[in-house]
Design a protein around this ligand. Structure first.
Ligand code: BG6
Length: 482
């Protein structure tokens, strides 16, 4: 592993994302020994004028269960590594002060023989990315003659449509090389998402089945049982397609549908993802159902006539030899009846079914990303007993049982560690992002113009009934208990 001074700068340090995700992930990495206190310093940067101690107070509560004594001790050591610099996002003066603070740390900790590594995490809205990147480039690059690097991590939403995303990409691309830019999609850090390639390409079972001859439909579902709580202003500008489907669910689709990469090199994997995205055909309006939960507009930051969807079901179709004719149903919604993210792969009926058991349900392979990570396969077996009856049962690999006591890392922990190691496999490449926007932009523009309407649905429900009807039309067979 690389050694030398490591400075991690969290820009937008007092924001929601930094407090809830970035700092907790950094703390967990520290606790597990991945951040060496002799090398690491963490800097928060934001506009708010507060002291180091005030920043520590603001994040402390998000990092640990205070009652856990072991964690409490680690916490106080960790917080000593956290410093704060305040300043605007568009002034050289602020970033010069930041650079000065980083350099001081480098001089103190370095390592005359060490290189210096600078990681900038932009926990900020995309509107300030260009100016922040420019400031980093002008004032804060690694200057060590002894090597090292400067990397930047950017969060979604990366643009609002194809044009704005491309503009943002060019602006940042002029300042940084693609190898320095880490576009985070935290779904790529989830355990069962990372398992997809292994599952598909290390198991003989799946190889011959994974295609249009055997698979009837694929469903990728995200549900949340809470609304936009406190984020109405942000959300209303983006909606569920930009917030969840165009990135998180589409990334999952890539891993399900892509061809086998020639190796595990990040570029080879990302090449295959781009290819499958390029095979997606334009979305047709009659394969889209939008919804908005009742009460969404009560948020004072949401306009009274908002058409922004908080729910969407869309069908994507992939025009290639493997997937022609197989609907990929992407569904996401807020304020629904449960919190769950899963992939459901439904297989075709058995031809000439002598048991006449189809009504019991099809073979279905379910990968539950969260909560309670699991994979299970629904299959038909003989009901135990004297009679020759059939019943649907499950081959079940529930991680909580099978891997008892194994802690599953948080997505952000893994991904931040990858940025430090310089592994871009689980990050979105520029051309991948471009195709992702190409797929959704025409639909998004039609929604923005009010040409596709959101249907109201009750909070705590399954979403609009029209979405279930669309699923049925696409050939999805509702099974018991779903
Ligand atoms: C974020 C979205 O990217 O993902 C949020 O902006 C959403 O709206 C969140 O709540 C869901 O993440 P997870 O990991 O809880 O499924």
């Amino acid at each position: 592993p690389e050694t030398g001074c490591l400075s991690i700068v969290v820009l937008g340090a007092s924001g929601d994302l930094a407090k809830k995700k970035t700092f907790p992930a950094l703390f967990n990495l520290y606790r597990q020994g991945f951040l060496n206190p002799d090398e690491v310093h963490i800097f928060g940067y934001a506009r708010t004028k507060i002291s180091d101690e005030e920043l520590r107070d603001r994040i402390r509560g998000y990092l640990v269960d205070e009652k856990n004594a072991e964690q409490a001790e680690a916490l106080s050591k960790f917080l000593q590594l956290v410093k704060y610099v305040s300043g605007p996002y568009d002034s050289e003066e602020g970033f010069q002060r930041l650079d000065h603070a980083i350099s001081e740390h480098e001089i103190a900790k370095n390592s005359s023989e060490g290189s210096s590594r600078r990681l900038f995490y932009l926990a900020l809205p995309p509107s300030v990315y260009p100016s922040v990147c420019k400031m980093i480039k002008t004032c804060c690059m690694n200057k060590s003659d002894l090597g090292g690097w400067t990397r930047i991590v950017v969060e979604k939403p990366f643009g609002k449509d194809l044009e704005s995303a491309e503009q943002l990409s060019s602006q940042i691309g002029e300042l940084f090389d693609e190898s320095q830019i880490y576009r985070i999609d935290h779904y790529l850090g989830k355990e069962l998402v990372q398992n997809m390639l292994v599952l598909r390409f290390a198991n003989r079972f799946f190889l011959p089945l994974w295609n249009r001859d055997n698979i009837e439909n694929v469903q990728i579902v995200f549900r949340e049982d809470f609304g936009t709580e406190g984020r109405g202003g942000y959300f209303d500008e983006y909606g569920i397609i930009r917030d969840i489907i165009q990135n998180h669910l589409l990334q999952v689709l890539c891993l399900i549908a892509m061809e086998k990469p020639i190796s595990l090199k990040p570029e080879h994997i990302r090449d295959e993802k781009v290819k499958v995205l390029q095979s997606v055909v334009p979305i047709s309006d009659d394969e889209v159902v939008l919804g908005q939960y009742q009460g969404y507009r009560d948020d004072p930051t949401v306009p009274n006539d908002s058409n922004t969807p908080t729910f969407a079901t869309t069908i994507l179709r992939i025009h290639n030899e493997r997937w022609e004719g197989v609907p990929f149903i992407l569904k996401a919604g807020k304020a629904l009846n449960s919190r769950k993210a899963e992939i459901r792969i439904q297989f075709k009926d058995v031809p000439g079914d002598i048991f006449r058991c189809q009504k019991q349900g099809r073979n279905e392979f379910v990968i539950r990303l969260q909560p309670s990570e699991a994979m299970y396969m629904k299959l038909t077996v003989k009901q135990p007993g004297l009679e020759m009856n059939t019943v649907q049962s499950e081959l079940d690999l529930s991680y909580g049982q099978r891997y008892q006591g194994v802690a599953i890392p948080e997505a952000y922990e893994r991904l931040i560690l990858d940025t430090i190691k310089g592994d871009q496999q689980h990050f979105v490449r520029r051309d991948e992002l471009k195709v992702a926007w190409e797929i959704f932009t025409p639909l998004l523009h039609r929604i923005d113009r009010g040409e596709v309407k959101s249907i109201p649905y009750k909070q705590g429900s399954r979403g609009p009934k029209e979405a279930d009807q669309l699923l049925e039309k696409a050939g999805y067979l509702q099974t018991h208990g779903y």
